[in-house]
Design a protein around this ligand. Structure first.
Ligand code: FAD
Length: 386
């Protein structure tokens, strides 16, 4: 299914591969009132070559996946605490880049600038891509940039959400020996516009300008690290660490109140992965290895293609690794199996947002009424005592 045929917003992840591949500039991206971009075909320029449809990850994503039965998995934490501190999980991404950084390698991934714009870029310095930004990234012409580098004979390590990795592979239309793709397990994200508005709201409440917003904060609060929190730095020097109860954006993000419509229906919540390598949080790993604490950041890694199977030995020199079967990993990490559902009050939130209701009141009143996944699980636990 592709939005280009049916105009169903659930069938477009906004990757812009169709926009980038069109040689006739027949596609424009239009942004809706929530800040999500969708392609529109200009019939006067369109030659009906169908290239745009061929690169759509919703239409053809299944064709570029690896069979998980051949994947090799491991749980890992980087030995260097500085790397762990600057990573979302256990620093697997940094370790992978360190191992591959041979002077002829470019890294493409998602970065954030001083105006909090989240976008794809390509660089010889992988460090600008560290840490998850829980916002829908603007792919920003990345597919052409990656292709140009590959054609020049440079190695490229492209890391992104699975839909964007599938989009790149479909865009390239052939396998490049010098390309390594990394999909970070993803449960969806809200738009840049909604992120910006939450930050503006926070600035107004604090009467202070935000100069930095750091996701997945690893600074200890009351002696404990909780990587689900964020750190905000203000212009007047104030710095606060907040979790999803106290930070407006994290509250909004974690409640699935308005992630992109397609993030509930994408075809990448599957054990068969699209990247040569898959990175994720090793949630629930303490059930197998009680000495590991996922709240401090522990990585789980799947090596899915033959191209990357020898990298694990190199990574083992830099990371403490723990054995796990791919089947066990799939059992532990539900995002490898099923979509994180939309909040039951998503529509109510959107209706009030479009009416211009105060953002905090809208988020909080929608959440009061809603049954999100955590609440459903808590109710089930009460009823079934398990
Ligand atoms: C929107 C989003 C939702 C996620 N949801 C889950 C989940 O439900 N379960 C789970 O196990 N893991 C999830 N992750 C992955 C997890 O948070 C870590 O990114 C992953 O484990 C890698 O961590 P690391 O320590 O190895 O490296 P890090 O240094 O943290 O690596 C960050 C990597 O993420 C990429 N990245 C950052 N922001 C984005 C973005 N907005 N879009 C696409 N790619 C991005 C960068 O290019 C880089 O490769 C999610 C990530 C994102 C971005």
């Amino acid at each position: 299914m592709t939005y280009l045929n049916n105009k169903q917003t659930k069938d477009c992840c906004g990757c812009k591969a169709c926009y980038e591949i069109c040689n006739h500039n027949a596609i424009v991206m239009k942004t809706d009132a929530l800040g999500f971009a969708y392609p529109e075909i200009d019939e006067n320029k369109c030659t009906h070559c169908n290239l745009c449809r061929s690169v759509c990850p919703f239409e053809n994503g299944d064709n570029v996946k690896f069979d998980n039965e051949k994947s090799v998995s491991v749980v890992a934490v980087h030995k260097d605490s500085e790397v762990c501190f600057n990573s979302s999980s256990g620093g697997a991404y940094s370790c992978l880049c360190e191992v591959l950084d041979d002077g002829n390698t470019y890294f493409a991934g998602v970065t954030i600038d001083e105006n909090f714009k989240v976008y794809h870029d390509i660089s010889e310095d992988y460090k600008i891509f560290r840490k998850s930004k829980y916002v829908m990234s603007d792919t920003n012409g990345i597919f052409k940039k990656v292709k140009a580098c590959l054609e020049e004979g440079k190695r490229v390590v492209f890391s992104s959400s699975p839909c964007q990795v599938a989009a790149l592979k479909l865009f390239l239309r052939k396998d490049y020996e010098n390309l390594i793709t990394v999909d970070v397990v993803c449960r969806g994200a809200p738009s840049q516009k909604l992120f910006d508005e939450c930050l503006k709201y926070t600035e107004k409440e604090e009467n202070n300008k935000i100069i930095k917003y750091i996701f997945k904060n690893k600074k200890p609060v009351n002696g404990k690290i909780n990587c689900r929190s964020c750190e905000i730095l203000f212009e007047n020097g104030k710095s606060v660490c907040r979790d999803s109860k106290s930070d407006l954006y994290l509250k909004f993000f974690n409640s699935y109140l308005c992630k992109r419509e397609s993030c509930n229906s994408c075809n990448f919540y599957t054990p068969d992965r699209v990247g040569d390598i898959t990175l994720m949080d090793a949630w629930h790993i303490e059930k197998i290895y009680p000495e590991l604490n996922p709240l401090e950041g522990v990585s789980a890694i799947m090596f899915n293609s033959d191209k990357v199977k020898n990298i694990l030995d190199e990574m083992k020199k830099e990371m403490n690794t723990y054995d796990i079967s791919t089947q066990k990993l799939i059992e532990l990490n539900r995002t490898l199996r099923i979509a994180g559902p939309h909040n039951t009050h998503r529509n109510l939130f959107i209706k009030n947002y479009l009416k211009g209701k105060d953002l905090r009141k809208n988020i909080e009143s929608s959440l009061k009424k809603s049954l999100n996944y955590a609440k459903i699980m808590a109710i089930k636990k009460k009823i079934f005592h398990k």
